[in-house]
Design a protein around this ligand. Structure first.
Ligand code: SME
Length: 332
């Protein structure tokens, strides 16, 4: 077993989030790295003791690595916010990672470097050795289990990323591999992305449809044309607004279809496909997601089972679409 101390704002929500992650065996809420002995909640609340509301985490690193655990932790905080998470303000609500082994410090610094690259700024997360930790009273332990619907600064969807931690970890690791091999070359990048997703997430069909001009007209005089993919042979062209892919394109948003037979106009490339998710990819320079003129293609995934995709898939595939948009050179 290994341990780490994580501060992420109000410890009620952070403990609940961490308790949902597979491989975490024990958590307790408390106060870390302050200047008085045995502080009470009220003393810490004065914001003069230097303590951060913190969760002590014990985990089995044969099930979850420290690196993956920290990556999941980053999803439940606003890493750029200083002394403020949700509506809770004060140094006691700062974010922090406190370690008890020098070996872990190296992993933490590596994750911090990756996050800084991804965010384009240094995270406001304090990293330090654990100096002291005092467990909070029983009232503050597993608070949201005792009071479901009690105060929490973490959004409901975020908890899903933790409760499906194994799937989240597969996506995180696949995304790292993909990011490492992207070199701007569009077709090579999309081909390797399809291969990695197919292999690591075990998708039935995964691939890309690219927006192509139809005789020089503007959209909707464009169509989607089959790009790199993994899985059975697929339809080569899809019109604007047609099928799940053309609908995701025309709506400018991700579509999850739980049962393809119930989606009017679904285009069945393979009769084995039962559910589907389609994520539009925007041109990197564009920021307005509603403007479908900016969509350069879609990422399409099919499953052999009904309801094969949920919010967790949407979250990670949208992140990936964003990466592809930024790291590849998209031509008309
Ligand atoms: N089902 C898609 C067509 C593409 S295949 O799933 C590979 C659609 O309805 O747009």
């Amino acid at each position: 077993m290994k341990e780490i101390y994580l501060a992420g704002g109000c410890f009620w929500g952070v403990q609940h989030y961490l308790d949902l992650i597979g491989g975490i065996t024990e958590t307790e809420t408390g106060y870390a790295n302050g200047s008085v002995d045995n502080p009470s909640y009220l003393q810490v609340y004065t914001d003069t003791t230097g303590f951060a509301e913190t969760v002590h985490v014990v985990f089995d690193d044969t099930i979850i690595s420290l690196e993956n655990l920290l990556e999941l932790y980053f999803l439940c905080i606003d890493p750029l916010s200083v002394n403020k998470q949700g509506n809770d303000t004060g140094t006691r609500y700062r974010t922090g990672i406190y370690y008890t082994s020098e070996e872990d410090a190296k992993t933490i610094m590596m994750v911090m470097r990756h996050k800084a690259e991804e965010l384009g700024a240094k995270p406001a997360v304090e990293v330090s050795q654990l100096k002291n930790f005092y467990k909070a009273t029983e009232y503050h332990q597993k608070y949201l289990e005792k009071i479901p619907g009690g105060y929490c600064h973490i959004g409901l969807n975020t908890f899903k990323l933790a409760s499906e931690s194994q799937k989240s970890i597969k996506y995180m690791n696949a995304r790292k591999l993909i990011k490492a091999i992207l070199d701007g070359d569009l077709i090579a990048g999309l081909a390797n992305t399809s291969a990695i997703l197919h292999e690591q997430l075990d998708f039935f069909w995964v691939g890309f449809y690219l927006v192509r001009k139809l005789g020089g007209e503007t959209s909707p005089g464009r169509e989607l044309s089959l790009g790199p993919f993994q899985g059975p042979a697929a339809c080569t062209r899809i019109r604007y607004g047609k099928g799940v892919c053309g609908t995701a394109w025309s709506h400018g948003e991700t579509i999850i279809v739980d049962d393809v037979e119930k989606f009017p106009g679904h285009i069945a490339c393979s009769s084995l496909s039962r559910s589907e998710i389609v994520v539009p990819i925007m041109a990197a320079s564009e920021i307005s997601p509603a403007d479908t003129q900016n969509i350069v293609g879609v990422l399409d995934v099919d499953s052999l089972v009904v309801s094969g995709f949920d919010y967790v898939d949407q979250f990670w595939l949208e992140k990936l679409a964003h990466t592809l948009s930024n790291d590849l050179i998209w031509h008309e």
